[in-house]
Design a protein around this ligand. Structure first.
Ligand SMILES: NC(=O)c1ccc[n+]([C@@H]2O[C@H](COP(=O)([O-])OP(=O)(O)OC[C@H]3O[C@@H](n4cnc5c(N)ncnc54)[C@H](O)[C@@H]3O)[C@@H](O)[C@H]2O)c1
Length: 309
């Protein structure tokens, strides 16, 4: 079987750590791209030289050019500025817009059949821009946010109940911002909804902490934002695609009527396989949940409008 090829744009915290996870999992050979000379080359070589120690055969190259990315199966875009304390994800829009436009053009030119996973913030807006610039169909452009947000929620539930994170499942809809919509009645521990296991006030606190979990890390790190869990989440999506796993994961997908929303990227449960987003799963919502979804969608729409496309 031919080896798969993964391009990772941005060799910073998220990009380089994604290369690390990808190498260890042997899901494909990795091309790491950055504008800073020497950094992608150095990090890729360092990871390549880790292979004999960890026992992986993944090939990794670092580059400042896109020629080596040609024919990629999956491209993960992490290039762009991260948040600093006091910043919202939206504050990054102007700076990251230009980066996403140029990176997407280069990727789409050299890998016209690839599947793109965007990580750069503000997430839903940047992935919308990537779809516009690439001209790719909706199944081949998606954003990473939901796996990360649900991982945070699952962590807090496991901490609260002193159970294994492996037995927790979580469900979050909406944009990747503080208005995201965790839905506790669809969050479970070994199949049991957490609404039966945790008191409402505690669930409310967990939900609030989840919404602000990105900011919690930013304020601890003081420089930059989370990268271990975001990069692992992006690689889980790439793995589901490259191995055609048909995993149901929350991700930012382009909606055409689903959840009553149109022409927007929004966090929803989706089936990921070799064709990218192969299906969007719609679930029943209460009136209150619908209102929260609408509020989150209004925020994303406002941000997309600021792109002035
Ligand atoms: N979706 C999410 O859930 C999520 C989670 C964490 C981080 N992020 C976002 O991911 C992005 C990257 O975060 P990070 O912590 O890795 O930042 P970082 O600063 O460590 O790395 C960003 C890298 O992008 C590179 N870069 C800038 N312009 C480029 C260009 N035109 N072409 C190629 N490379 C370019 C920089 O040189 C740098 O190495 C940020 O926008 C951050 O907000 C999103």
């Amino acid at each position: 079987m031919a080896r798969k090829k993964i391009t990772i744009v941005g060799a910073g915290n998220v990009g380089a750590t994604a290369a690390h996870w990808a190498a260890e999992k042997e899901i494909g050979d990795v091309v790491l791209v950055d504008i800073v000379e020497g950094v992608p080359q150095g990090k890729a070589l360092d990871l390549l030289e880790t292979g004999p120690v960890e026992g992986f055969d993944t090939k990794l190259v670092g580059t400042n050019s896109y020629d080596e990315t040609a024919g990629s199966d999956v491209a993960i875009i992490t290039s762009g500025f991260p948040r600093q304390p006091g910043m919202s994800r939206e504050d990054l829009l102007e700076k990251n817009k230009e980066i996403i436009q140029s990176v997407t053009t280069e990727i789409a030119k050299r890998s016209p059949n690839c599947i793109i996973i965007v990580v750069t913030n503000p997430l839903d807006t940047m992935v919308y821009l990537t779809k516009k610039v690439s001209g790719f169909p909706r199944n081949r452009v998606m954003g990473m946010a939901g796996i990360l947000d649900t991982a945070r929620l699952r962590t807090f539930v496991a901490m609260e109940l002193n159970v294994s994170v492996e037995d927790t499942q979580a469900f979050i809809l909406g944009g990747h911002g503080d208005d995201m919509v965790p839905i506790p009645r669809y969050c479970t521990v070994a199949g049991v909804p957490i609404t039966q296991l945790i008191a409402k006030e505690k669930i409310d606190k967990i939900v609030e902490r989840t919404r602000k979990a990105g900011g919690e890390i930013v304020s601890l790190l003081k420089k930059g934002s989370a990268f271990y869990s975001p990069s692992a989440s992006a690689i889980q999506m790439a793995e589901a695609i490259l191995k055609d796993k048909k995993r149901i994961v929350p991700c930012a997908a382009y909606l055409e009527g689903e959840y009553g929303l149109n022409d927007i990227y929004f966090g929803v449960p989706a089936k990921l396989g070799s064709n990218g987003v192969e299906e969007i799963i719609e679930v029943e919502l209460t009136a209150e949940e619908k209102a929260a979804v609408q509020k989150s969608a209004d925020g994303v729409k406002k941000s997309i409008a600021e792109l002035k496309l």
